[in-house]
Structure formats: structure tokens, C-alpha cells
Design a protein around this ligand. Structure first.
Ligand code: PGA
Length: 252
């Protein structure tokens, strides 16, 4: 596991964007696994800047991690809309090469199976991840068991609370989502997990140093051979404290 610590989210996002740019430029048909939430927004802004300077997405396929159940693609808080707003409308990616689960499907089990086929047919070259305050990746929430494949999940209380900041006061916040499973995430050739802000420090430390546990879904990333955590100093607070303690211990 590689850990890169930056003074702030902006510089971390530029670093992440440069890695994504390299993947886009070096592969004939790159497949990007994409995330939503506030964390990857500066990364997408940077990719849009790269596009304005000539980086083409015409040969790129994108596969998103998750979508709320019950929101149509046109709902302003749907992840379809998020991706359109922050990336797709600004670059030359082909709409028929962008994949996001359909949270408004009438048969959600069939939709999960369809999405697993999409992932199987488009092996992911680089997966972008955020991390929840409770250690979730995608919407794989802490539980007594974790799921390998795409599934419908009941969102954890703390996730619903965190997501509520994006919804208008009084508006119903979704309580279920469709999410890619952990096997699909772990099959990506390369993984970049971005975490910014002190509220992520504990989840990051558990993911990096904790035992691999279902109560800390991001800890499964320890099993992957090519993972980079891109952190600002606040999200890296506990990682840095631990490294300093180790360094002073070994200096003694
Ligand atoms: P955030 O969400 O980027 O909005 O903090 C991350 C996540 O829940 O995975």
C-alpha cells in the first residue's frame, strides 16, 4: 500500500489527476472506475482542465461505483447527474461508454446482474475511491458480512447523515443504494483512494493499519497489490502520528 500525503486536497487531487491522465494516455481503451461525493470533485476539475489543454476522453470507458435507489438519472442529487455536472458534460467521453447503476430500475436484482456483466466486460484499469467516515468504499457499509458483487444496500445511519448535506432541508434522503461489490473493486488493476479532512483520519488509519475486518470495509484494500492512498495532512493525522511514534521508538 502506497501512502502519499499532501498539504491540501488541491495538490493531492492534481497528483491523482496526473496518474489518471497517464492511464488515459497510455492505454488504447482505458476503463476508469469513478466515484462521487465531495472528495473527487477537485480531481474531476483537474481532468476537465487537462481536457481543455488537449486530453481526449473519446476512447475512455467509465464505470461508476454506485447510485441511490429511487432517484431518477435527472434528479439533481443522483450520481448520474453528479457525473454529468462535474465531468461528462465538460469532456468528450462517449455517453454510451459511461456506466452507472440505474437506481430507478423496477427490477433491482436484474439491474445488479446487468451491472456485474458491464464490469466483467470492461475490466477496470484504475479505480478512484473515496472513503466514508465509517470506512465504507463505494456503498459497501460496515456489516457482519461483505458482498463480492453488485448489490442493493441499506445505507448506514452515519452515511445517510453525511449525505443529507447535499439535499434540501425537508427533502427525503435516500436510504438505499446499488453499489459495486468488493470483488469488483479489488479486481481493478490499480486503485487510488482519496481522503481529505480530519473527519476521515480514523477511517484511513483503520484501513491502513487495522486488521482486515468487515466492520472496516476499506481494510480489504490491504489485500490489493497496487493501492495508493492520496491524503491531505488532516486525513493523514493518525497515520503521521503513528509514523512519528515509530520513528522516535526506533531512534531510541
Ligand atoms: P465524500 O464521501 O467524498 O462526500 O466525503 C466519500 C464516501 O462516502 O465514499
Amino acid at each position: 500500500m502506497n501512502i502519499r500525503i499532501f498539504p491540501d486536497s488541491q495538490t493531492g487531487s492534481v497528483y491523482a489527476a496526473a496518474i489518471v491522465e497517464y492511464v488515459i494516455k497510455s492505454l488504447p481503451s482505458p476503463v476508469l472506475g469513478l466515484a462521487t461525493g465531495s472528495t473527487p470533485i477537485p480531481l474531476y476539475e483537474e481532468l476537465v482542465r487537462f481536457h481543455k489543454r488537449g486530453l481526449s476522453f473519446a476512447h475512455v470507458t467509465t464505470i461508476n461505483l454506485d447510485e441511490y435507489v429511487g432517484l431518477s438519472a435527472s434528479h439533481p442529487q443522483s450520481y448520474h447527474h453528479f457525473m454529468y455536472r462535474h465531468l461528462f458534460q465538460h469532456v468528450d467521453v462517449r455517453p454510451d461508454r459511461t456506466f452507472i447503476p440505474d437506481g430507478s430500475a423496477s427490477d433491482l436484482a436484474a439491474e445488479c446482474a446487468r451491472y456485474d456483466d458491464v464490469i466483467r466486460n470492461h475490466p477496470i484499469d484504475i479505480q478512484i475511491l473515496g472513503i466514508g467516515v465509517n470506512g465504507h468504499i463505494g456503498f459497501n457499509e460496515p456489516d457482519s458480512a461483505l458482498k463480492a458483487h453488485t448489490h442493493v444496500v441499506r445505507l448506514a445511519k452515519e452515511t445517510i447523515a453525511a449525505n443529507s448535506r447535499f439535499f434540501k432541508p425537508g427533502e427525503a434522503v435516500p436510504v438505499e443504494a446499488i453499489t459495486m461489490g468488493l470483488q469488483s473493486i479489488l479486481l481493478a488493476k490499480q486503485i487510488l483512494l482519496l481522503a481529505f479532512g480530519e473527519e476521515k483520519a480514523e477511517a484511513v488509519a483503520n484501513a491502513v493499519y487495522g486488521d482486515v475486518r468487515t466492520s472496516s470495509p476499506a481494510s480489504v484494500l490491504q489485500l490489493h497489490p497496487n493501492v495508493t492512498f492520496v491524503l491531505d495532512e488532516a486525513a493523514a493525522k493518525l497515520v503521521l502520528e503513528r509514523e512519528q511514534a515509530q520513528a522516535s521508538g526506533s531512534a531510541r
